[in-house]
Design a protein around this ligand. Structure first.
Ligand SMILES: [Zn+2]
Length: 388
């Protein structure tokens, strides 16, 4: 039996949170949708049932939804950081690599100061710099194209060199999808000229005229490529959102990582250490293929872990059809509540153990290699790639 439960975990993609910003019923926090999910359905996902079952063990109370949720509320509000520590110790979470771009003032109305989060969470913290909140500020400042570019590049450089961020990140898929993002400077300048002064940043793409959405694709695509070049100069990884996300904001049809082909196969841009965030789920085999065929493509498991719940074992198997174990990194995409970080690590380790056990049984690998692979995925690959 392969058992990775005692292995430490580096969570390479997650978000800072504040207990007093929890704004939904408990069952709704285990669903990526921003729509209102009726309780009868929210309480009947395997993920939610497993969370409540494991919480009843940690909190030492009967497995009954109302009792567990009530006890959790009591203990969390009484001593938030003690409660978080209890969960993180239970799952052996040692380091969080935080995408500090969510929550952000620009999109959520508030951000989480790192010093405040540090007081709450007693484990090692590192940060990833998300480019979209920066673009939000720059693109509404009515600057010339050259000023936009200068300010953008300077901010990225400062983030890594001065502010200590260990990587960059983009969620461009949420705005314009991943198709057709490689554009030259002139097209970007023209697109910006047409967009300048228009209030397009707060309006969802579906409510806008197709021409302005296309301009935004050209502009954002160009800036993404410049940011990728910057990540090569600065020698830091670049995380890119692929696959599932908040519904209905993300159009999953346009977030298949294969759409990044032009960028990944580009002689220069392909030098960026590109981390396919969320393992491209549901395009998991596609992500595995890219990691296999391109030397600088890596895979993060977050959001797929824990949101596909009992499917995590199978998804790990499918990823490993082609992806080298040296390129897969554990992540949770935990946000808003500590339970997401915890259940993802706890159940995720079991899923990875079971997947590796499968390969041992079929004599593909031996037990020693299975443990080595587990350790690479859970912490070693991230420590090396993010240089932490
Ligand atoms: Zn995220």
């Amino acid at each position: 039996m392969i058992d990775l439960s005692q292995y430490p975990v580096v969570d390479d993609h997650c978000h800072p949170f504040l207990p007093w910003k929890e704004d939904k019923e408990f069952h709704q926090l285990f669903n990526l949708s921003t729509l209102s999910i009726p309780r009868v359905h929210g309480e009947n996902t395997l993920l939610y049932r497993k969370v409540v079952k494991e919480l009843s063990r940690v909190l030492n109370c009967p497995f009954d939804f109302d009792t567990v949720v009530e006890r959790r509320k009591e203990e969390y509000s009484l001593d938030p950081s003690g409660y978080i520590e209890r969960l993180f110790k239970d799952a052996k979470i040692s380091t969080l690599i935080l995408d500090t771009g969510y929550p952000s003032v620009e999109y959520s109305g508030y951000s989480v100061p790192l010093e405040e989060f540090r007081k709450l969470v007693r484990c090692s913290l590192r940060c990833i710099y998300r480019i979209e909140p920066l673009l939000f500020r720059i693109l509404q400042a009515d600057l010339t194209f050259e000023e936009v570019l200068d300010r953008f590049m300077e901010s990225l450089e400062r983030a890594v060199k001065t502010e200590g961020y260990v990587g960059l990140k983009s969620v461009v898929a949420y705005r314009v999808g991943l198709r057709n993002l490689k554009h030259d400077e002139n097209s970007a300048r023209e697109a910006y000229r047409r967009l300048r002064g228009k209030d397009f940043l707060r309006v969802p793409s579906k409510d806008r005229d197709p021409k302005s959405v296309e301009d935004e694709r050209v502009l954002r695509g160009y800036l993404l490529c410049r940011a990728l070049e910057k990540s090569i100069d600065l020698d830091v990884p670049f995380q890119i959102h692929t696959g599932i996300g908040d519904s209905p904001q993300i159009d999953v049809r346009d977030s298949n990582p294969l759409h990044l082909h032009d960028i990944i196969a580009d002689e220069d841009l392909g030098k960026a250490k590109l981390v396919i965030v969320h393992a491209g789920y549901p395009y998991v085999e596609e992500a595995g293929y890219l990691a296999n065929n391109y030397p600088n493509v890596y895979i993060d498991l977050s959001e797929m872990f824990p949101f596909i719940a009992a499917g995590m074992r199978d998804a790990t198997l499918r990823l490993l059809y082609m992806a080298p174990v040296t390129k897969i990194m554990y992540g949770s995409d935990g946000y808003k509540i500590p339970e997401l970080f915890w259940i993802s690590a706890l159940w995720g380790k079991k899923a990875i153990s079971e997947a590796l056990e499968e390969f041992v049984k079929s004599e593909v690998i031996d037990e020693d290699y299975a443990y080595k692979a587990g350790s690479l995925i859970l912490s070693e690959n991230a420590i090396k790639l993010y240089n932490i």
